[in-house]
Structure formats: structure tokens, C-alpha cells
Design a protein around this ligand. Structure first.
Ligand SMILES: Cc1cc2nc3c(=O)[nH]c(=O)nc-3n(C[C@H](O)[C@H](O)[C@H](O)COP(=O)(O)OP(=O)(O)OC[C@H]3O[C@@H](n4cnc5c(N)ncnc54)[C@H](O)[C@@H]3O)c2cc1C
Length: 407
């Protein structure tokens, strides 16, 4: 006879990965008890606020070798797992449960309802259907790994289980516990943030978007491309967010103080110079400020022209060599000082977590402690924005469910 506080499988964390693992385990193993321990009075809180309340569930990228390129940490390790469960499987999984996803122009995928509540409702009803026990207000305080089982001490008492899944996201207390159990924890740093920049050129033009720029971080090899958005405090959008993810560790080391060089038109300085030199003749009588080139937004063009020392009233015919060169520099290698970071509200994650060397990526089981599994952000995997972070949670959780089912 089993004791009342004995559970077959415990999942710590009632977030994205925790629910996904629990549902899949319970479906395949009706004879085993599956229990989620969630510290909050509700679970799935990040799912709720994700993607601006719409939940960017995954991304329409169907090649594992391409998909992994979106993971600054986890690129190598996720290749195998994505061959087992990736975006197409995620779409099918939700579709089978009546949740249709749609693809937006940039590849992000959302529920057709445009509401994260659809995902939450799906998880809650699936968990109920497969008899997953969800214990809310159960914060895990300590873990003891014994030869044949685990003792889990929660705020509401002690539980014992045979298999343990850690799906606690970026929770420092659980990392500390795992560290005490012998796991290496890569120190956490923020990823996916916007850059704070105080600069005359962008001060008065929040909301302006340059469609396709190149951003280099001076003194490093970091470079990215894509749309750039001027905000009230600096710069955002994929060109910046990708950098913030790939440079997360370096930027933390630099205390978020560094210089970036932006090529607003993705042309070399010389061809840009040739283009604008010709305008001295073709647009001779036109005001420089009023004749935006290279498909740049008019307000951004104006600021770059002023920064090149060309005044409001000057016409193309009036400007000298130095001003032309100054403008070419502003357009192709404008340097900005980054002085801090701000939260990107649509999605932010933490780099760091359980060292990937200590996880078996065929099973997502710990290499240190048998019968201990990980899913989601608790391991040192994180991605750029676009639905890739959830895809990591679904993939890891699914593979955990398959591994546990086989044992
Ligand atoms: C504002 C915001 C928006 C986002 N939007 C997107 C998006 O649209 N698309 C995308 O791909 N990613 C998005 N992300 C990232 C995504 O939410 C995470 O990568 C994902 O939630 C990780 O899932 P997880 O299950 O590992 O962790 P979480 O979802 O964080 O779940 C962990 C759970 O564990 C519980 N827990 C922690 N410690 C304990 C404990 N000691 N005892 C018991 N329970 C505990 C927590 O309460 C929580 O419920 C967003 C993140 C944020 C912050």
C-alpha cells in the first residue's frame, strides 16, 4: 500500500513546460499518478501575459537546422530533440485539441483567437481530462534525492515520488537547490531587452522604424540585422532584440555600457557617398532635409542630415564635401552609446540555468541524478523573440513525457 503523500510522478512548476509535460505523461500513463506542484495560487501566469496577451506559441520554421539558429544557448543541444518534436508537432498537438494557430507575416504563430486564455483553457481542460492533480500554493522548499525516490518538501508538507520533473523556469531558489544536489548552474543574466540610448538624433522621433538595418557592437564580433524601432528610451525591434539575446552574457559583463554602430541603409559608405554626390546635380535646388533617400523614414533622415552638419535651409547644391561625407557616415556607420537596458514587454527571458553538459538531450534526464528530468527555461537554453522560447518548453516537456513513459 502506498502512503497518501506518495506520488508516482511529480512535476515542480505549473507553467508552460510543467503543464505540457504533465498532460502528455498522464495521457500515456493512466495507471500512474501525475502531480503538479505550483507555488502560485494559479499556474500558467507567463503564458497569460505572453506575446502581449496573445501568446506567441511557436514559429513557422520547419527545419530543425534552421530553427536551432534562434537559440543563442541551446543551438547544438536542441538539434536532436527538434527532430523528435518541433514546430509542426506543436501545431498538430494544439489542433488535435481544437486550438488552431495562425501564422503572422514575420513567422510568429498565435492562437486564432488572439488570446493566451485559449492556451490556458486548453491546458486546464486537458489536465482535468487525464486526471493530473494540480496542487496550487505548494512552493517547493527542499529536495532530497534518495536511492529509489525523492522527498519533496513543500510549503504544505512533504511528498515522496519516484520520478521528478523540474519545470520551474528561471527560479533562483530551485537553481540553488539543484546546485546543492550537485548540478552546475550557469549564472543567470537577462536576455531579450531593449537598449537605453540618450542621443539627440533619436530623442524626438519615438515610433520611427527603419525597415532593415545592420547593428554592430563595437569591440566585439556581435552583429545583427533587421528592423529597428526608435523608442522613448532608446532602440528596440528585432535588430536590437537579437543582439540582446546573442550578447546577453557580454552585455552583462559590460554592465550594459557599450557602443553600437548602425548602418541604416545596409550599403557601404563609398556607394552611399556616390549616391548622394549625384544628388548635388539631380536634386540641386531641393532642400536636403526634405529629400529623404534610401527609403528611410523622413523624420529619421532629417535627424541624420542635421547630425551631418547640414542645416534646415541648405539645398543639395550648397553642401560641401565634408558635409556629404558626414552624411554618408551618419547613414552607414552612425555610432550610438548604449547606457543601459529596458524590459521588452512582449517577451523576456533569462539566460543561464542548469548546465547543458549535465542534461541528456535524448531524454532530458539529469546526467547527475537518475529519474530527475528538466523541461523549459530551468536549463541554460533561451531564444530570440518570436515563439522560440515556448517551443523549447514544448519540446523538452514532450521528450520528458516520452522518456518517463518508457521507464
Ligand atoms: C512578459 C513575457 C512574455 C513572453 N512571451 C512569450 C511569447 O509570446 N512566446 C514565447 O515563446 N516565449 C515568451 N516568453 C518566454 C516564455 O514565457 C518562457 O520561456 C516560458 O514561460 C518558460 O516556461 P517554463 O515552464 O520553463 O517556465 P514558467 O512558465 O516560468 O513556469 C515556471 C513555473 O514554476 C513555478 N515555480 C517556480 N518555482 C517554484 C517552486 N519553488 N515551487 C513550485 N512552483 C514553482 C512558477 O510559479 C511558474 O508557474 C515570455 C516571457 C515573458 C516574461
Amino acid at each position: 500500500m502506498q502512503l497518501a503523500n506518495y506520488k508516482d510522478i511529480i512535476i515542480i512548476g505549473g507553467g508552460a513546460a510543467g503543464f505540457f509535460a504533465a498532460i502528455n505523461i498522464a495521457k500515456e500513463n493512466p495507471e500512474r499518478s501525475v502531480t503538479i506542484l505550483e507555488r502560485g495560487k494559479e499556474g500558467l501566469q507567463k503564458v497569460k501575459i505572453s506575446g502581449g496577451g496573445r501568446c506567441n506559441v511557436t514559429h513557422a520554421e520547419f527545419m530543425p537546422s534552421e530553427l536551432v539558429l534562434n537559440y543563442p544557448r541551446g543551438e547544438k543541444e536542441l538539434l536532436g530533440p527538434f527532430h523528435s518534436f518541433m514546430t509542426g508537432d506543436t501545431i498538430a498537438w494544439f489542433e488535435e485539441r481544437g486550438v488552431d494557430l495562425k501564422i503572422e507575416e514575420d513567422g510568429r504563430m498565435f492562437p486564432v483567437s488572439n488570446s493566451s486564455q485559449t492556451i490556458i483553457d486548453c491546458f486546464i481542460s486537458e489536465a482535468k481530462m487525464y486526471n493530473v492533480e494540480v496542487l496550487y500554493n505548494h512552493s517547493v522548499k527542499t529536495l532530497d534525492a534518495r536511492a529509489t525516490d525523492f522527498i519533496v518538501q513543500t510549503s504544505q508538507g512533504e511528498l515522496t515520488c519516484n520520478k521528478l520533473v523540474i519545470a520551474t523556469g528561471s527560479n533562483p531558489k530551485i537553481w540553488k537547490i539543484l546546485n546543492d544536489l550537485g548540478h552546475t548552474i550557469v549564472p543567470p543574466v537577462p536576455s531579450l531587452f531593449t537598449f537605453d540610448i540618450k542621443d539627440k538624433r533619436i530623442k524626438d522621433i519615438p515610433g520611427v522604424v527603419a525597415k532593415n538595418v545592420e547593428v554592430k557592437v563595437l569591440g566585439t564580433d556581435l552583429v545583427s540585422e533587421g528592423p529597428l524601432l526608435i523608442t522613448h528610451v532608446g532602440m528596440s525591434a528585432p535588430a536590437i532584440l537579437k543582439l540582446s539575446a546573442f550578447g546577453a552574457v557580454e552585455f552583462a559583463d559590460l554592465n550594459y555600457n557599450f557602443k553600437i554602430e548602425i548602418n541604416f541603409i545596409k550599403q557601404d559608405t563609398e556607394s552611399c557617398l556616390n549616391h548622394i554626390k549625384a544628388l548635388k546635380y539631380t536634386l540641386a535646388k531641393k532642400s536636403v532635409i526634405k529629400s529623404a533617400q534610401f527609403d528611410l523614414p523622413k523624420r529619421l533622415w532629417k535627424q541624420l542630415v542635421l547630425a551631418a552638419g547640414i542645416s534646415n535651409s541648405e539645398r543639395w547644391a550648397d553642401i560641401n564635401k565634408q558635409q556629404l561625407e558626414g552624411l554618408a557616415d551618419q547613414l552607414t556607420k552612425a555610432v550610438f552609446n548604449v547606457t543601459g537596458k529596458s524590459t521588452f514587454k512582449e517577451e523576456f527571458v533569462t539566460a543561464g540555468g542548469v548546465d547543458l553538459k549535465e542534461v541528456n538531450f535524448k531524454t532530458f534526464e539529469s546526467k547527475r541524478i537518475p529519474n530527475l528530468y528538466f523541461a523549459g527555461e530551468v536549463i541554460n537554453v533561451d531564444a530570440v523573440t518570436g515563439g522560440f522560447n515556448f517551443q523549447n518548453a514544448w519540446t523538452g516537456a514532450y521528450i520528458v513525457s516520452q522518456s518517463i513513459t518508457k521507464t
